[in-house]
Design a protein around this ligand. Sequence first.
Ligand code: C2E
Ligand code: MG
Ligand code: MG
Ligand code: MG
Length: 278
Amino acid sequence: SAKRGRHRAVDLGVDLESDAAVSSLLRPGGAQEAADKNLLDIHLMPQSSSETGEIVGAEALIRYRDSERGMQALPSSFIPALEDMGEIAAIDFFALSKACETVARWQREGRKTIPLAVNFSRRTIGDEGFVERVAQTVASHGVDRSFIEIEITESAREEDKTLLRTVAEGLRALGFRVAIDDFGVDNANFQLFIQLEFDVLKIDKSLVWGLGTEDRTMQVICGLVNLCTGLGIETVAEGIETDEQYRALREAGCTRAQGYLIGRPQPIGEFERGFLDA
Ligand code: C2E
Ligand code: MG
Ligand code: MG
Ligand code: MG
């Protein structure tokens, strides 16, 4: 919608036209080069405890800056292409390294330290030695694995399900938390709960945005949260933009809230001043 379009422009502080901004990123080897040249960065988006309102975590979201053009691009303008090119792993591991670097620094500085969630593409989790590479990256920063949550989106393809199961098991065995991202719209397969053990379910914003106008949505979300609670799975509601949505999610028993109402994705320094130093 127009409203969401405006939000995005505000986030970036610039007007972007993605094609031009991401052209150098989308050359072969461009993602790794961008990582090496520091053209990539993560922004942090806070997650609050629905019970106490306290900030209990944050999601790391990749950002790309084309310095020549002074433009910044959102992930939706380059992630699908990099996935197709087979180059998304460079992005995912850059985000993981930055997240680890940040947690390690918080601990060193004696700051309040919260877990960070990092997104991994399905392409990346299928790479040979993926779990080992994650463990090694985190270990190289001296970060405790319980501070890193791995977000993966479920896929409908049968071979992807088998892969997800193997990877989730491997990660959890090492002490990482595993979150299933974007649940509720394209991805809403109840086999997930039977076949997979995981720690966190992220309820997609499109479900959350249906709240209030139809109370059937509320009933469905309550049912989903109850299902998760019974299985020992934490729930994170994404896309909380209004007090009404926040209230409803709290009432439903959802564990954590994430959305513009709690805080926008923002540069790490800003996040620290706004949410950790207070
Ligand atoms: P996601 O993992 O589902 O991340 C949440 C997205 O929803 C973020 O968009 C966030 O800004 C947006 N969002 C959260 N709450 C609200 C809200 O209240 N209102 C609105 N309008 N939007 C909200 P973003 O940063 O554009 O990221 C989009 C997607 O790009 C992410 O969706 C994730 O799938 C992907 N992504 C981001 N970073 C990475 C990465 O390092 N690796 C991979 N593979 N994917 C990434
Ligand atoms: Mg995510
Ligand atoms: Mg996602
Ligand atoms: Mg999501």
